[in-house]
Write a protein of this length. Sequence first.
Length: 256
Amino acid sequence: MLANKTALVTGSTSGIGLGIAKALARQGANIVLNGFGDVEGPKAEIAALGAQVAYHGADMSKPNEIEAMMAYAATEFGRVDILVNNAGIQHVARIEAFPVARWDAIVAINLSSAFHATRLALPAMQAANWGRIINVASVHGLVGSSEKSAYVAAKHGVVGLTKVTALENATSGVTCNAICPGWVLTPLVQKQVDAKAAALGISNDDAKNLLLGEKEPSMQFTTPEELGELAVFFCSPAGANVRGVAWNMDGGWAAQ
Ligand code: NAD
């Protein structure tokens, strides 16, 4: 379905971003990966699906590096047809104890990076009259949780940016939508599981169940594979008039 299309997925060396990149690769898209840590492993996983794959290591907190990444993608594959703004980090602390540098980093990586990548991707999408911008927000783009001020503020911002991007392009073939996962067992969440297990002196499995039980009625983690299939739907012909939605995959979290 996505042959001859190019998808750039930020923060795709791990977790949800890698899951979405693999789902788009399975549909035939060329993939531009981004993120830190092991690069060769994720590149090999994409190549094994028969897709062309490239990588750029831009730090998504730095606008000049985002510009370099977008220029690189255009040079490698002609243009970016599908942009998935996914890179994100977390820090958990009450507001009065929240480190200022962590606030700035979360707003830069989780929110401002999506603005920069979007503003740079739009002109080519508009010229082609086809584009898909998919913002990985969170259920925390819709509801709050204690001790996640920066994350919740940034993710609510992402949902707002999604609506404006969708509206400004509503008469064109360029759509923008957000995905709002609940708990997904990636390294980002495993750190929170580990912290709970250590704080309460309980096992990893008990900590996972506690985390799910606090928020997610299904008592099940959403998977990167499921999120990848939702991204594929947004890119499909049936998704052509889905504009500006924030679509939960949260096991009922926000329905309560
Ligand atoms: P993860 O830690 O597994 O992956 C994060 C990715 O972002 C990695 O590839 C990492 O290298 C990259 N990254 C981090 N800082 C970066 C930077 N400055 N520049 C470039 N890349 C950077 O986390 P994940 O759980 O897969 O999270 C992906 C997205 O999904 C985030 O936006 C997160 O907020 C969101 N999300 C996660 C969950 C969850 O439960 N895991 C739930 C809702 C939303």
